[in-house]
Write a protein that binds this ligand. Structure first.
Ligand SMILES: Nc1nc2c(ncn2[C@@H]2O[C@H](COP(=O)(O)OP(=O)(O)OP(=O)(O)O)[C@@H](O)[C@H]2O)c(=O)[nH]1
Ligand SMILES: [Mg+2]
Length: 241
């Protein structure tokens, strides 16, 4: 029994029937994610799953990253409703496909597959080496769904507070990198970067932590170079969802 199965089985709020259904959905997703990972590899596409709470700055980060000539990417956007985020990126000249999940609080591999196929039909990958999946803003559910990404990146924005890592450990356990976004707000919020570093050291010590701000191009460049280097080195996340 893996960690996920044992946490389901030990949950007093779930009956045996609930557990069987949840396990079945998850394993179907795992299978699809595995297929996607192979497709991405065959396509030579390096895929990043960007996760965080709503409003922590995912789309703004992508808008800002679109200015770098050596980082050409397409985007799959996940939100409950509207095309707003995809439209923001299209305005920046980035191919973006929106998924409106309706009531679902996370993206699943089968949803991503459809958006990926649409981008492919549009020829979006002819000039892009990266695909970024902006997951639905939520610090809990996306952590349970493998999307076949090479890099899982978790954003934590300064206004959310520096205490989140150990309060939402499942999310931070998936991270191959943590980004503290809106770092220009550190002084206003009394945000302690050292608290995040200390908590990550307990949870997943090897994980790099970046500080980014839309007002600081150098911070964006450093983060962009991290992604490029991971692609060069053929890094693939070892996290098992
Ligand atoms: N001060 C500051 N504000 C920022 C920064 N990045 C984003 N914001 C602001 O934060 C708000 C939310 O940003 P978004 O990029 O839409 O956040 P998101 O994570 O994509 O939101 P959802 O898609 O709804 O989950 C906007 O008002 C941005 O202008 C930053 O680096 N510094
Ligand atoms: Mg967004």
């Amino acid at each position: 029994m893996n960690n996920r199965e044992s946490s389901l089985n030990n949950n007093p709020n779930l009956s045996k029937k609930n557990i069987q259904i949840v396990e079945k959905i998850l394993s179907k997703n795992d299978q699809k994610a595995k297929e996607l990972r192979e497709n991405y590899k065959n396509e030579g596409l390096y895929v990043i799953n960007l996760m965080s709470s709503p409003g922590s700055g995912k789309t703004t980060l992508l808008e800002n990253l679109s200015q770098f000539e050596d980082f050409k990417f397409c985007v799959v956007e996940g939100d409950l409703q509207t095309n707003r985020d995809a439209e923001r990126l299209i305005k920046k000249g980035v191919y973006a496909e929106q998924i409106a999940t309706g009531e679902a609080c996370h993206l699943e591999a089968a949803m991503v597959e459809k958006a990926y196929e649409k981008l492919k039909t549009q020829g979006a990958f002819s000039n892009a080496d990266y695909l970024v999946i902006e997951n639905v803003g939520n610090l809990v559910c996306p952590a349970s769904y493998d999307l076949g990404a090479a890099l899982n990146i978790v954003l934590l924005s300064v206004p959310e507070g520096d205490d989140k890592v150990l309060k939402y450990p499942t999310m931070f356990l998936c991270a191959d990198a943590v980004v503290i976004s809106k770092s220009d707000m550190i002084d206003y919020f009394g945000f302690r970067v050292s608290q995040v570093e200390e908590d990550m050291a307990k949870l997943k010590p090897e994980i790099p932590i970046f500080l980014t701000s839309s007002k600081d191009k150098k911070s964006l460049e450093t983060f962009k170079d991290f992604i490029i280097n991971n692609k060069k080195q053929g890094y693939y996340s070892r996290h098992s969802f």
